[in-house]
Design a protein around this ligand. Structure first.
Ligand code: ZN
Length: 160
């Protein structure tokens, strides 16, 4: 059967950036299982999963707009080092939780210079074109209960 609205699909993926560096991969883990058509995976990938069948292997290239969003420069800020009380060693790449106008936000430290910490509240993959190598490993109909809950049950999903 083909992946369509309300299918439960499972796939292996390797995600690389423009330089071919691996950002994330399901290799050596269980495949990723999701309920199709509910926005559980980035929109550009979800679109390209449509109509696929078990055994399909393909490359999906996803623009930032259909991935984790464009990079907003105004979401980068400079914070005095003293704001990070109780953190002994701040390094680029470290992530912190802060509160923003729309609730909890995750910020990533991009650099530290002269006692000033440069933080970035964009998604770490914002502004990046995503290159997925996909292998579809399973497709089935979602159960009534899964549709009601809006997520997958059983292998690769919620257990409750
Ligand atoms: Zn549930």
């Amino acid at each position: 059967m083909q992946i369509a609205q309300n299918s439960v699909a499972a796939f292996h993926y390797t995600l690389t950036d423009d330089e071919g560096q691996v950002i994330d991969s399901s290799a050596g883990r269980e495949p990723l299982t999701y309920l199709h058509g509910q926005g559980h995976i980035v929109p550009g990938l979800e679109k390209q999963m449509e109509g696929r069948v078990v055994g399909d292997k393909f490359d999906a290239h996803v623009t930032p707009e259909e991935g984790y969003g464009v990079h907003h420069p105004e979401m980068m800020q400079q914070v005095p080092r003293e704001a990070f009380q109780g953190v002994e060693d701040i390094q680029p790449g470290m992530q912190f939780q802060g509160s923003g106008p729309e609730g909890q936000i995750n910020v990533t430290v991009s650099k530290i210079e002269d006692g000033v910490v440069f933080i970035d509240a964009n998604h770490p993959l914002a502004g990046k074109t995503l290159h997925f190598a996909i292998e579809v490993t399973d497709v089935r109909e979602a159960s009534e209960e899964e549709l009601q809950h809006g997520h997958v049950h059983g292998a690769g999903g919620h257990h409750h």
